[in-house]
Design a protein around this ligand. Structure first.
Ligand SMILES: NC(=O)c1ccc[n+]([C@@H]2O[C@H](COP(=O)([O-])OP(=O)(O)OC[C@H]3O[C@@H](n4cnc5c(N)ncnc54)[C@H](O)[C@@H]3O)[C@@H](O)[C@H]2O)c1
Length: 184
């Protein structure tokens, strides 16, 4: 998605400024699946670290092990290389497809040896105004931004440890009615 955020100075490598901060260790031993945890490469040197990668790096810095799921294997692997401490593994998965979600959750659980947390970060936007929206594009965005979260939780809950946690990422756009991007 096009970032709404201002650019900031480029780090030596993606997220290197975040990775150099001190580990706090409060999530030691926790195994967390982050859906949409990747970040595609950008030619823009000032491109900020996106939400998914920042979440993976921050959780890892706190000691968690991360399964980074993304429809782009390259994006997921770039995030995995930015993560340290608890370690991370890339899980290729397109959550627009209901069929792939069960496999994503199972792969994360197998790779991490269990599941204590879930971060549903994935969210897409096409910035189509109401007059240009089609039924198909409405369904495509809803399949990722809404249906995928429900299906992932449905698959993950029975596998999650007691006292696990689930975080849904949204946007302030959800609180601002606007005709320029209604599906988002
Ligand atoms: N970018 C912003 O300015 C902004 C502002 C407020 C909230 N948010 C929210 O933060 C979340 C992340 O936004 P972002 O801009 O950092 O993300 P992004 O657009 O950078 O995408 C993150 C990753 O999601 C992956 N992805 C996209 N579709 C997928 C699919 N079908 N299956 C699996 N992976 C898929 C992409 O490959 C990418 O690596 C979203 O929920 C968004 O609504 C973003």
């Amino acid at each position: 998605m096009q970032p709404d955020r201002p650019s900031r100075p480029a780090a030596a490598s993606p997220g290197a400024d975040l990775a150099s901060e001190t580990t706090c260790g409060s999530l030691g031993g926790r195994r967390i699946l982050v859906v949409g945890g990747g970040q595609l490469p950008s030619a823009d040197a000032g491109n900020p670290v996106n939400n998914g990668r920042a979440i993976c790096m921050t959780l890892s810095r706190a000691g968690a092990s991360i399964a980074c799921a993304d429809k782009s294997t390259e994006a997921a692997e770039l995030t995995v290389r930015s993560v340290r401490d608890g370690g991370a593994v890339a899980i290729p998965a397109d959550v627009a497809s209901a069929a792939g979600i069960k496999g994503m959750v199972q792969a994360a659980r197998t790779a991490l040896g269990g599941l204590d947390g879930l971060v549903l970060n994935v969210g897409i936007s096409r910035r189509e105004p109401l007059a240009e929206l089609t039924a198909d594009s409405w369904d495509e965005v809803m399949a990722v931004n809404l249906r995928a979260h429900m299906l992932t939780v449905q698959q993950a809950l029975p596998l999650m440890s007691m006292h696990g946690a689930i975080v849904f990422v949204s946007s302030v756009a959800a609180r601002l009615p606007a005709g320029m991007n209604p599906v988002y």
